[in-house]
Structure formats: C-alpha cells, structure tokens
Design a protein around this ligand. Structure first.
Ligand code: AMP
Ligand code: ZN
Length: 473
C-alpha cells in the first residue's frame, strides 16, 4: 500500500517517511503503566497521543497489532536501579498485597482510558506473566558475554557495546554519564551505566514477589520486561515503539541494548516519544503525591473528553502546561462544537467530492507527524464550509475515528441526560446573550426580567467566573 505517513523518529532525530517492515502491517509496542497508583493526566497525555498514532495508522489503511505491558514488578523508585520497588511502596501504603494493588490500579487505568476513548491495545501483558521469558533472555545474554553476575545480581555490561547511548548525541552522552555520577553507587557494577537484569534476595529482603532462577530466588529488573513482552507477541522485528520522553533514558536505551545484543540485529525502526504534561511547578509525576487524575477532573464537573481535546490541541512533541483556565476554554469550545454537529440535519445526500476533499485534508494533517491541532482546524473549516449538512455529519463521523471526541454522539447524550432539546437550548442561549447585552448597557431591569422569563420556563442561570452557566431547575 501507499506509505503516506511521516513521523519524527527519536532514533534519527528527523521527521521521516514511515515504512513498515511488512507492507500494510504495523507492529507497535507501548510501555504500559506502573500500577502502584492511579495514572495522572500526564501519563494519560502519553496514552492519548499514542492512541492517535495507532488510530491514524488504521485510518489510512494499515493493519496494526499493538502490544502493551503492565509493570507490576521490578520498577524501582529511581529509574537507575536504586530505591524501593514502586509496587511494594504502593502495597505498604495501602496495607494490601502487591497483586491486589496491581489488579486495582490496572482496572483503574483501563477505566480512565475508556473515559478518554483510548482504545485498549490488542495484547496487554503483565510483567509477572512472563518470568520464564525474562530468565531465558538473561541466560542468553550471559552466554553471549553481554551480562555478568556480581553480588548475587545479574547486570548488563554496557561496555560491550560500541554505542550504548543510541538516542543521544555526543554532548548529551557526556551529560548522561554525568547524571549517573549523582546516583547511589552500586559497587557491583563494572561500569556506571550498567543496569540490573535480575535482582536476587540480596537486594531487598522484604520483596514480596520472588521467583526461582538459575541465579537464586529473586525478581527481574524493570527494562527486561519490555524487550521480552514485545518479542513474545511481535517477533524479532518491530516497527514502532512508544512512550513518554522520560522513557528515552535509561529505559528505552536499555531496552535497545539488551534486545539487539540478544537478537544480533536491529530491533525497532521508529521510536515515538510524547513530551510531558507539566503543572506550574514542573513535570507531573506520581511520586510527587498530589497529582491530577481523571476522577478529580470529573469531580470538578469536567467531561474527561474535554481533557482529550486539550491534549489534541497541542503537538505531542511539545511540552504542555496544564491550567484550569485553558481547560475551561476547551470545555466551552467543546460544548459549541458538539452542539453544532448535533444539530446538523442528517437527511439528504452526502456530496462525495466534498467528502473526499476534506477527508484528504484531514489525513494530510495527521500524516504530517500527527498534527492533531491542524486536523481539528480541518474539522472547523469543514463545519463552516458551504456543503450539505449530511456531508458535514458524515465527515464528522469519519474524523471521529481518530479524534475520538464523541463528535456525533455527545449532543444527543447530553440532551437525554439534561432533558433539554436543541430548540430549548437555542432559546436559552439566545436569552443569555440578550441578558449579557442588557447588562452591558446597564439595563439591569431588562437583565432581571430575562432571568425571570427563563425561570418561568424552568431554567436557572448562574453567573460564574467562567461565564454564565445554566441548568434545568
Ligand atoms: P509510568 O506509569 O510511570 O511507568 O508511566 C507511564 C507512561 O507515562 C510512560 O510512557 C511515561 O513516559 C509517561 N509519563 C510519565 N510522566 C508523564 C508526564 N508528566 N507527561 C506525559 N507523560 C508522562
Ligand atoms: Zn517499557
């Protein structure tokens, strides 16, 4: 098939044409959540952008197989193999077992994903399901001389590679070695950048989940799971690997090191990384304690899909700062958008020429390194265009395959929930606008009369910081 997608590849630091290993088919791997706490909306930004990537590929005709792991063992509080196991930390905090914590937060993660219309990957595999595969890969790395045993642990020997820092240029490499200087020294390591493939009980006596291995009872390091789980389901050659930018080093760097040493050939061609969602104090992170979740947004009255729109309005390769002010603007824009689409007259013919034209413009935006804000501009242009309502409705339905903003269903659902139909809504909005003008002209008697007229029709209005809100009495 025609390959029309271009994407930024962290490996080459360039926007490149995307050409899969097998014509028409894409194998894609996503680093899944560490399930010791709720996902914060920063984590979910990464999953929303990866969802757009997957759906764009499907939209333009690829047959995609996507795999995701669930990290339920081995991820320590520092990515550099020091500190406590995050899962154990979660279990202690909540006086539960590690497996109870894992189940609870895995379910919570997929429930958040569903609220944001993030499609569940074709395969979801918890790390604890694949211990024999990890042991097999580690044994092979030991046999090939890429790994060594020290102090009861098995380490990957990064000095065996010509270029360990595959994602970095020279100055970044020097910086990364410098960063490693700050990390607690593990005297077992031959080189600062070596990383753990298997811990034995010598590391943590209170580790809850442990397995027998040729090197003693212990548990896997964090990185090995993604190499093994992706190969188990996608084979030795992979097209796209995704994650947040914090995964580039050390996690993805280590994945490449161990996978390519094990396979003896190049493993994954394209690396897709999403930049962070920040709050005013910096990167949002689970370990900070106070963080924003989907449930928190819901409790403040936001439809989670408004957060999806918030993410789609910015480019995945730019950091994004969260603010309620912008979210409020998005909520207002979303309301208008779904009202506009929900009140289109669906009867009549779809104009095929106009349909193809706007669909190509929409595809073009997405195929240019997933320019979602441009894709949304195409949606707005299309809604303003001089084409039939039926064509607009068909296009909105089609675009929503990728945007997943409930474009054609949200309005009807809202009508059913609030008991307010399109006619009444249009009347209320007209009256609110009239009242705004009256207040501006200091005609407060008229403004009060409008409020009373609305109340008679069963509508209560409220002046808030974000503008006028209204509901059925
Ligand atoms: P974790 O559950 O910590 O393993 O992270 C899950 C995913 O969220 C990974 O792909 C991370 O790279 C990504 N991530 C973590 N923090 C942020 C953030 N503030 N903004 C966007 N993505 C993030
Ligand atoms: Zn991973």
């Amino acid at each position: 098939m025609e390959n029309k997608v271009t994407m930024y590849n962290t490996l080459t630091k360039k926007v490149e044409p995307f050409i899969p290993n097998v014509d028409g088919k894409v194998s894609m791997y996503t680093c899944g959540p560490t399930v010791y706490h709720f996902a914060h909306i920063g984590n979910l930004r990464s999953y929303i952008c990866e969802d757009v990537l997957e759906k764009t590929l499907r939209y333009v005709g690829y047959d995609v197989k996507r795999v995701m792991n669930i990290t339920d063992v081995g991820h320590l509080s520092s990515d550099a193999d020091t500190g406590e196991d995050k899962m154990l930390k979660g279990a202690k905090r909540e006086h539960k077992t590690v497996m109870e914590i894992a189940k609870f937060y895995t379910d919570a993660f997929f429930s958040d994903c569903a609220k944001l219309n993030i499609k569940k990957p074709d395969v979801v595999e918890p790390a604890t399901n694949c211990i024999p595969e990890f042991i097999h890969m580690i044994e092979s790395l030991l046999q090939k001389g890429y790994a060594y045993e020290a102090g009861g642990n098995i380490y990957f020997d990064t000095s065996k590679l010509e270029d360990y820092y595959v994602f970095s240029n020279q100055s970044e490499k020097e910086l990364l070695v410098g960063v490693r200087d700050d990390v607690d020294e593990d005297t077992n390591k031959r080189n600062k950048s070596d990383f753990v493939l298997w811990f034995t009980k010598s590391k943590f006596d209170d580790q809850e989940l442990k397995w027998d291995s040729p090197w003693g009872v212990g548990y896997p390091g964090w990185h090995i799971e993604c190499s093994c789980i992706s190969m188990k389901h996608l084979g030795e050659y992979m097209d796209i690997h995704c994650g947040g930018v914090d995964n580039i080093f050390p996690h993805h760097t280590n994945e490449v090191a161990q996978s390519e040493s094990y396979l003896g050939h190049k493993w994954c061609n394209y690396w897709f990384h999403v930049h962070h969602l920040n709050d005013k104090s910096g990167k949002m992170s689970k370990s900070k304690g106070d963080f924003l979740t989907v449930s928190l947004l819901e409790s403040k009255g936001y439809d989670p899909i408004v957060y999806r729109l918030f993410c789609l309005q910015s480019h995945y390769r730019k950091p994004l700062e969260f603010s309620y002010e912008v979210l409020d603007n998005m909520a207002a824009a979303y309301d208008k958008l779904i009202r506009k689409i929900g009140t289109l007259n669906r009867e009549g013919e779809v104009d095929q020429a106009a349909f193809s034209e706007y669909r190509s413009r929409f595809e073009e935006a997405l195929c240019s390194d997933f320019n979602t804000s441009m894709a949304i501009t195409v949606l707005y242009d299309m809604l303003k265009a001089d084409i039939s309502d039926a064509t607009k409705y068909a296009l909105a339905e089609s675009f929503d395959y990728v945007l997943s903003l409930n474009l054609t269903t949200a309005h009807a659902r809202k009508e059913a929930e609030t008991g307010v139909d399109a006619e009444l809504e249009a009347y209320v909005l007209e009256k609110i606008e009239e009242r705004k003008q009256a207040k501006k002209a200091k005609d407060f008697a008229k403004a009060d009369a409008i409020r009373a007229e609305l109340l008679e029709k069963g509508i209560v209005i409220e002046d808030t910081r974000e503008g006028v809100k209204w509901k059925k009495a």
